[in-house]
Design a protein around this ligand. Structure first.
Ligand code: NDP
Ligand code: SSN
Length: 291
């Protein structure tokens, strides 16, 4: 099976590499073209524009930073739309809002193409090992066609119905995750400042009702001040912002998420946006110092 892949950031690089390792023919494109070199060394072909990739491949996957990037790759000159017609499938796996996804879907389908949104739960390591959770919605026939690729990329795929449902599900999940990360950060700093060994806190948490892979995976690195990015903080803040907008639309009061969003914004203002989202713990330390 030949697939196109647009966007070779942390996730896109790992996912396209995984497809290559599992026998797929992959044609890649990235805005910064130099990032294609490593994929080429593993057998990928390179397209010079998104349109060139779509022209070559029946199915093209995108994994881009945010709504603005997802829209620009489709609508701008040399973009996806220029080579979209009947028989072309476009799968956007970026985390965006439902409105963005619907706008892209309408444009693709109005040219006769098929569209699926398929954001993912899981980060760099699950992307490398094919353990993502895929939250697809849109064209059911394209979903069926993409299953061989989804089986390589993920451990489980959900088909959630109409376009927008995948985006919403992803935002709800990440809203919960971002709020949890803030509570965890406050707990780590509180343990340390009140004279406890924070490593003991990690052990206690891991044995109780709120044990989870995020605390277990991120906790030790956070205690070492290691914020090497798996999930960049600027993207987590984007997801909180988009989830809060979804809350506005549906009149759902979300004070916990709103405060968590403020902490991620504060972290961005401290220059931490490109670090892992766990670097939000630095805002707790910063507030304590300034009081
Ligand atoms: N990292 C993670 O753990 C997870 C991330 N996600 C989501 O996946 C998506 C990608 O995340 P991740 O790989 O971490 O992000 P990165 O920041 O590592 O990569 C972003 C990608 O988007 C491209 N890009 C940004 N702006 C534009 C633009 N205007 N036009 C074209 N391309 C653009 C970048 O190109 P360039 O190289 O030129 O900058 C790069 O390829 C995001 O929506 C994120 O929220 C979902 C699950 C987990
Ligand atoms: O969007 C990023 C999600 C990261 C994760 O699920 O670990």
């Amino acid at each position: 099976m030949e697939v196109g892949f647009l966007g070779l950031g942390i996730m896109g690089k790992a996912m396209s590499m995984n497809l290559l390792k599992n026998g797929f023919k992959v044609t890649v494109w990235n805005r910064t073209l130099s990032k294609c070199t490593e994929l080429m060394a593993h057998g990928a072909s390179v397209g010079e524009t998104p349109a060139e990739v779509v022209k070559k491949c029946k199915i093209t996957i995108a994994m881009l930073s945010d709504p603005a990037a997802a829209v620009s790759v489709v609508f701008e000159k040399d973009g996806v739309l220029e080579q979209t017609w009947s028989g072309k499938g476009y799968i956007d796996m970026s985390t965006v809002d439902a409105e963005t996804s619907c706008k892209i879907s309408e444009a693709i389908t109005s040219k006769g193409g098929q569209f699926l949104e398929a954001p993912v739960s899981g980060s760099k390591q699950p992307a490398e090992t094919g353990q993502l959770v895929i939250l697809a919605a849109g064209d059911k026939a394209l979903y069926e066609q993409a299953i061989p690729a989804f089986n390589v990329l993920g451990k489980k795929s959900f088909f959630l119905g109409q376009v927008g449902n995948g985006a919403k599900m992803k935002l709800v999940v990440n809203m919960i995750m971002g709020s949890m990360m803030n509570a965890f950060s406050e707990g780590l700093v509180l343990a340390e400042r009140s004279g406890l060994n924070p490593h003991s806190l990690l052990d206690v948490l891991d044995l109780g009702a709120i044990a989870n892979p995020m605390f277990k995976g991120k906790g030790p690195a956070m205690l070492q001040l290691n914020y090497s990015p798996a999930f960049p903080l600027k993207h987590q803040q984007k997801d909180m912002r988009l989830a809060l907008a979804l809350g506005d639309e549906n009149a759902v009061s979300m004070p916990v998420a709103a405060v968590a969003n403020e902490a991620f914004k504060k972290a961005r203002s401290m220059g931490l946006g490109d670090l892992d989202f766990s670097a939000v713990v630095e805002t707790v330390k910063d507030l304590k110092h300034s009081s």
